[in-house]
Design a protein around this ligand. Sequence first.
Ligand code: SAM
Length: 296
Amino acid sequence: MTKFPTERAEAAGADGPALSAGEFREISRMAYEYAGLDLGENKTQLVLARLGKKLREMQIPTFSEYCRRVREDRTGESMVAMIDALTTNHTSFLREGAHFDFLSRVVLPELAGRTQVAIWSAACSTGEEPYSIVFTALEAMGLDGMRKLRVLATDISTKALGKAAQAVYPMERMKGMRQDWMSRYLMRGTGRWEGHCQVKKKVRDLVEFRRQNLMESFSHLGPFQVIFCRNVMIYFDRETQQDLVRRLAGRLEPGGYLFTGHAESLNGLDQPLQYVQPATYRKAGEGGAERRRKTV
Ligand SMILES: C[S@@+](CC[C@H](N)C(=O)[O-])C[C@H]1O[C@@H](n2cnc3c(N)ncnc32)[C@H](O)[C@@H]1O
């Protein structure tokens, strides 16, 4: 007898559980409500591949059972692990180098008279972004940087934050890093850490890592002179992006800068920041006011 395909047969992994349309809707609803992730129908295969692997590891027979466990886990860790599996932590040192160049050529000289420089790396992943900010700032500010610089680095992923705080990276991740920066800011591992390096403690101490879901209120943070929020808005729909950019703008000082990923234009969003150059926006106002007052 010919069998008609049921809903459950809509998407099936090679040797894992099938994902029904209803289960996919439930997962995308949870991911949207919790972390703002926009999982359109075209993400069915991604969900199946990424979460199917998890189900096999955890020996959970169906996606419905998996959803139930995520919903009922009061610690919230299962939800965070699900978001982790659905997003990528891909990042690198000095990624999208134009931002670091602009930071050292334009932004930090503007802030030279400040007693403190506060920078937020929102969605910092495994730490390469905030450490790149510190390397760049210490080069531009010299010894002053050690006293004045404060970098807050946040992410939704506890796993990524754990790696970020440990600050141990395989040497191949350092390709292209200047040799003098390597010796100033990194230590080479020996023995079981051969082939790895660790960011020096003096740099690590300038970064505070905290967990922050960008969908939750962050009105207690800042204000900041610079916010890096890069390569995370690609996961959000336009409405969520607009709301997030408005709230980020609220945490910037007048004259402060927001850096977004180069694939994340704010074009067409109703938000208060002014365009400066690709993926670089500025809040209106007197950024250098404090400096000018002090030097008069
Ligand atoms: C591709 S990485 C970007 C890392 C770094 N900003 C960069 O540009 O290289 C995206 C990061 O966004 C984080 N993320 C996803 N949704 C988030 C949310 N709702 N709140 C905070 N972080 C989130 C992920 O955990 C991941 O570490």
